[in-house]
Design a binder for this molecule. Structure first.
Ligand SMILES: [Zn+2]
Ligand SMILES: [Zn+2]
Length: 353
């Protein structure tokens, strides 16, 4: 069972026996397959998709997925019932994204009689920024208004909450959001799962870059590239009318931006919309150097995809489980205070309920 399409939750899927079925949401399957194709690794298992709130029987287990708020699209908590026992797996979640109401509702009316809460704790003990996406949108609006030139933003194409935030901020400031072909593919393939910005909307342009266009053509997706080109622009267009654009940026795009004359200047700003730790790694450093060379200022705006330490405590207490078992996070030993009863297990240690 895959709670959501982040690679730290399914990256070893192909290691499983080939005849094991995989359960997840339909959009999760779509995104996992899309990621697999981009990396040239097709997923080979049979998928069975679930719907939020509808129980699925898997052997003697009854599993009810509950859609939740996370930076990954289509993320679920799982209520697992077997032999009269009830387990809730929190999955990765937060309470400050665009689906926060789902978690708040669950906290107000938790599943009755939980025996165990299996709990993710990515942000426990960290002080990552956890403002709401709505507040982040307001900050982006202010940044876009205050900037004379282009606003370049590095963010994950599969962080749909962020794409919505940037789209809305662009719209509110009369700018056009420029996405790459990959982001366009993500949006188009999720069109049936919710009201998400689409590549053919008027305040969005798809930049047709040589590298990505070649990639899609090699995969026999010439049709996709031509379809995107109908609402597309060439990288060259980004070298004119600077105050019009909010431009997605990543290291692989720089290769195609430069020959088209798209180089940062002092009027531009850039914003890193991913975890700060990545900024210190090679890709982040390449971006930093590119913008530094042109004198474009860094105005990093971001909010975490995971719940804050406080929100984790509030959630754990609200679930009123007999005990909780932490399964992810590095601070569970030093940050126990404020949590209900914790059962700490080492890797592989069985636990009888
Ligand atoms: Zn995640
Ligand atoms: Zn995770």
């Amino acid at each position: 069972m895959i709670s959501h399409p982040h690679q730290d939750h399914y990256g070893l899927l192909e290691e499983l026996p080939g005849d094991w079925p995989v359960y997840c949401g339909a959009a999760t399957e779509t995104l996992m397959r899309l990621t697999g194709r981009i990396f040239g690794a097709e997923l080979t298992h049979e998928f069975r998709t679930w719907r939020s709130g509808e129980p699925t029987n898997i052997g003697s287990f009854r599993v009810t997925p509950l859609l939740t708020d996370h930076s990954a699209f289509d993320a679920h908590m799982l209520l697992i019932e077997v032999e009269g026992k009830r387990i809730l797996y929190s999955g990765d979640f937060r309470t400050h994204g665009r689906k926060a109401a789902l978690v708040q509702r669950l906290m107000a009316d938790p599943p009755k009689g939980l025996d165990v809460l299996l709990m993710e704790g990515t942000n426990l003990g960290s002080d990552k920024p956890c403002m709401t996406e709505a507040d982040l949108e307001a900050d982006y609006v202010a940044l876009m208004k205050a900037t004379k030139g282009r606003v370049f933003v590095a963010w994950s194409a599969q962080n749909l909450d962020r794409t919505v935030t940037l789209y809305r901020a662009s719209l509110r400031t009369g700018r056009t959001l420029v996405i790459d072909l990959y982001t366009a593919e993500v949006l188009e393939s999720l069109a049936s799962y919710g009201r998400l910005p689409q590549p053919d909307w008027s305040s969005i342009k798809v930049v047709i870059t040589k590298g990505l266009a070649r990639h899609y053509k090699r995969r026999g997706m010439d049709d996709f590239v031509s379809r995107m080109a109908t609402n597309g622009i060439s990288a060259k267009a980004l070298a004119t009318q600077h105050d019009k654009w909010v431009v997605m940026v990543r290291p692989s795009l720089i290769r195609d931006f430069e020959p088209a004359g798209v180089l940062p200047i002092a009027d531009d700003v850039w914003s890193y919309g991913m975890w700060r730790g990545y900024l210190l790694q090679e890709d982040g450093q390449r971006l930093q150097a590119w913008f530094d060379a042109g004198g474009a200022a860094a105005k990093h705006l971001h909010t975490s995809g995971h719940a804050s330490s406080k929100d984790l405590r509030d959630f754990a207490n609200a679930m009123k489980a007999r005990t909780m078992v932490p399964i992810h996070g590095v601070a569970w030993d030093s940050e126990r205070e404020g949590f209900p009863h914790i059962t700490r297990l080492t890797d592989g240690e069985p636990f009888a309920i």
